[in-house]
Design a protein around this ligand. Structure first.
Ligand SMILES: CC(C)(COP(=O)(O)OP(=O)(O)OC[C@H]1O[C@@H](n2cnc3c(N)ncnc32)[C@H](O)[C@@H]1OP(=O)(O)O)[C@@H](O)C(=O)NCCC(=O)NCCS
Length: 200
């Protein structure tokens, strides 16, 4: 099936906000369901701000099957040294379970890095969690290095990661992906991630 990657436009905002909030509720059950501040100000954060960008992937029916964005990094982790480059924070990466392990997140991230590079962004920052299957491994595969591991009360273990913003190889916005035949693979990723953290 051909999956098409699009940059968010104003008319898509309600659909994108619904998709992200629903995906987040499935990924982080029990979290506050109030619309997140960046989504409540989507236009200002991701469309009008030169340090913002949001991409969605659509199936052949036009339905969103994955999303990712970056926004201006707000310094709030004093233990991190992110240098003096222009830094953005990569956020809201979600791929529908039936599309996972098909290379879709990698493709979306490559497109996001293309936008970041063209916009003159110097560094990409993100944080993730060891309990998310495959997340740390995924980001390491995208060139991110672990900067710090933080224990928090609200979110448990938070893993801070970063990489320079570099030009990706060019690629088409329409890609023929093979959807998963079965349920998503949950391959003991927590244990694998935990081991990675221990060996860091
Ligand atoms: C993490 C997530 C975004 C990965 O999306 P995806 O489209 O399946 O990722 P890709 O197919 O591009 O994976 C690229 C590589 O990342 C690693 N990876 C991805 N998912 C993995 C998993 N569950 N277990 C182990 N490694 C994984 C693998 O090295 C994979 O390469 P391979 O399939 O050739 O082994 C997806 O599982 C997801 O949406 N999870 C829920 C939300 C989430 O955790 N978001 C990230 C928050 S920071």
């Amino acid at each position: 099936m051909v999956i098409t990657i699009r940059r968010a436009t104003r008319s898509q905002i309600p659909e994108i906000v619904s998709y992200v909030m629903a995906s987040r509720a499935k990924t982080f059950p029990g979290q506050d369901e109030a619309i997140l501040p960046d989504l409540a100000r989507f236009k200002e954060t991701y469309i009008e701000n030169p340090d913002g960008c949001f991409l969605t992937a659509h199936d052949e029916d036009g339905q969103i099957v994955a999303a990712i964005g970056y926004l201006a990094y707000e310094p709030r982790f004093p233990q991190l040294d992110l240098g003096h480059e222009r830094v953005v924070e990569v956020v809201r990466l979600f791929v529908d379970p039936s599309w996972r392990r098909a290379g879709l997140a990698s493709r979306l991230f490559a497109e996001l890095t293309r936008h970041a590079h063209e916009a003159g962004i110097g560094r990409l920052y993100l944080h993730t969690h060891p309990h998310l299957p495959g997340a740390i491994r995924f980001w390491q595969r995208q060139g991110f290095a672990i900067l710090d591991i933080q224990e928090t009360t609200g979110w448990g273990t938070v893993v801070h990661m970063s990489r320079l913003s570099e030009a990706p190889l060019s690629a088409s916005l329409e890609v023929d992906f093979v959807q998963n035949a079965g349920p998503p693979k949950l391959n003991g990723a927590f244990a694998a991630n935990y081991q990675q953290i221990q060996s860091f």
